[in-house]
Design a protein around this ligand. Structure first.
Ligand SMILES: Cc1cc2nc3c(=O)[nH]c(=O)nc-3n(C[C@H](O)[C@H](O)[C@H](O)COP(=O)(O)OP(=O)(O)OC[C@H]3O[C@@H](n4cnc5c(N)ncnc54)[C@H](O)[C@@H]3O)c2cc1C
Length: 452
């Protein structure tokens, strides 16, 4: 099986690694670094900077731990080095992994030439044609920049200009209150910037449980973030004093810098998809079935390009599923991907994470559910750590006790949600969590209590 992959992000790398283990002859064409935009621009640099911001916020609470400290400030040069070193290390480890599995990695741009031919244009301009029995297109996405915003990388920033920016903004206006937007609010607020957030609806994180969003809003307001709700940005003006973000309700938000976090667009242009008859929808995504197969049976799309859930974790799992399907694993070994069971996290402070069915969603469906909620306020570990904010909420089926979903707001939520994610995927019952012998003192004890 000759399997050619265009794009070495989470989807491409995981597909390559797993297909090679299953015996395929794999080629990956990557024009930038292995690990993809997730490693170079998105998940890794943003979380590296947030970790630095969290350390600053932690130092502000140090008195609760019996410490007195000097105020801490971010060092931009050191931060820049830190981010690039992590990216390089990860790219190198992917290189080593794929190398050890016999995957051929080509540094260059890939383009489909015909149904079974992919053209790789190497960085020195050399062209190589590779014959493929199966092709995966996993070229990811890039930030969406609206026509009314002239990003200059200096005062008007896209997310990719912020790792770190040339200076810490005195007053940053963040446009977009989805996951990416709120993470940047948290990051720059912890670096000491004054932050204003343009929220196009009446709630930050419009797609999330209102109780979860309310907890984050409360934290933002307490830390001095200004929320401009019901305002849609329609323009940005730049002058010697800074930026003015113009909103459709005539409000004008002044700041020193503006940052756009309003979604992404798939990288589906210039891939030659038309040469193989691959259908691309009007959003530029390649629609796929539950095996990630496009309308052409041996051509697959995964990751952000497939328009499912824009998460690196989902992209990786799609890559694995593609490898299984390419190698013809039978249905018994091949469990279909259920996007509704994907866990996700928001790396604010407190952290937010959820998985499976949400309370509001069940309510909208008229579905009977059992909801149990436990705050961290009385959790021994949360008190010991000096951060007893937030709660755990577990949603289960009242008839069968099967865990259907959950959300967590609080320290280490992104780690803790794994317990509920496993329960949801394995269809465990609440008693399976309650009767697990957990560690004490641990934040996870709140999960067992919430499952009670
Ligand atoms: C700011 C930000 C933070 C995020 N944080 C998280 C997070 O914490 N957790 C999470 O799960 N998700 C996060 N995401 C989402 C996540 O980054 C994406 O869902 C993920 O990167 C998608 O993976 P992918 O494999 O589809 O593509 P990508 O990671 O985008 O990789 C695609 C690769 O294809 C390459 N490529 C493109 N065109 C070609 C071509 N013609 N030839 C060769 N190579 C090509 C690119 O160079 C790139 O390396 C974040 C997104 C953003 C914007």
């Amino acid at each position: 099986m000759r399997f050619v992959i265009i794009g070495g992000g989470p989807a491409g790398v995981h597909a390559a690694s797993y297909a090679a283990r299953l015996g395929a002859e794999v080629t990956v064409i990557e024009k930038d670094v292995l690990g993809g935009a997730a490693n170079l621009w998105d998940c890794v640099p943003s979380k590296a900077m947030i970790a630095t911001g969290n350390a600053i916020k932690m130092s502000q609470r140090a008195d609760r731990l019996g410490l007195s400290t000097q105020p801490m400030y971010p060092d931009l040069e050191a931060l820049k080095l830190r981010v690039s070193q992590i990216t390089e290390k990860l790219a190198k480890s992917f290189d080593q992994l794929l190398g050890s599995q016999g995957v051929r990695v080509i540094k260059g741009s890939g383009r489909i030439q015909s149904k079974h031919e992919v053209l790789a244009t190497l960085t020195d301009g050399t062209e190589v044609t590779i014959i493929a029995d199966a092709i995966l297109v996993a070229t990811g996405s890039r930030p969406r920049i609206p026509e009314w915003a002239k990003v200059d990388g200096d005062r008007i920033l896209a997310t990719r200009d912020a790792y770190p920016p040339r200076e810490i903004p005195e007053h940053l206006v963040v446009i977009g209150s989805g996951v990416t937007g709120v993470e940047f609010v948290h990051m720059f607020r912890s670096f000491g910037s004054k932050v204003s957030l343009v929220v196009s609806r009446q709630q930050v994180l419009p797609a999330k449980d209102p109780e979860v969003a309310a907890a984050l809003e409360a934290d933002f307001l307490e830390s001095g973030v200004s929320l401009y709700k019901g305002a849609r940005a329609v323009g940005i003006e730049l002058d010697s004093k800074g930026v003015k973000v113009l909103c459709d309700d005539q409000r004008v938000i002044k700041g020193s810098h503006a940052l756009l976090a309003i979604g992404s667009v798939p990288n589906s242009e210039e891939l030659g998809l038309e040469n193989a008859g691959v259908f691309v929808d009007r959003w530029g995504q390649v629609p796929v079935d539950h095996h990630c197969v496009s309308n052409v049976p041996h051509i697959y799309a995964a990751g952000d390009l497939s328009g499912k859930l824009p998460l690196a974790s989902v992209a990786s799992m799609q890559g694995r599923k593609v490898a299984e399907h390419v190698m013809g694993l039978d249905g018994r070994q091949h469990r279909h991907l259920d996007y509704e069971k994907a866990a996700s996290a928001i790396f604010t402070e407190p952290e937010i994470a959820d998985v499976g069915l949400a309370e509001a969603e069940a309510f909208a469906q008229g579905r009977k559910i059992r909801v149990t909620k436990v705050p961290f306020a009385s959790n021994p570990r949360a008190l010991i750590d000096g951060d007893p904010r937030g709660f755990v909420k577990i949603i289960s089926d009242p008839a069968t006790s099967v865990v259907l979903g959950g959300s967590i707001v609080g320290g280490h939520a992104a780690e803790l949600i794994s317990v509920i994610a496993v329960a949801v995927t394995a269809r465990l019952r609440v008693t399976d969590i309650v009767e697990s012998l957990l560690v004490h003192p641990a934040l996870a004890e709140a999960l067992a209590e919430a499952a009670e």
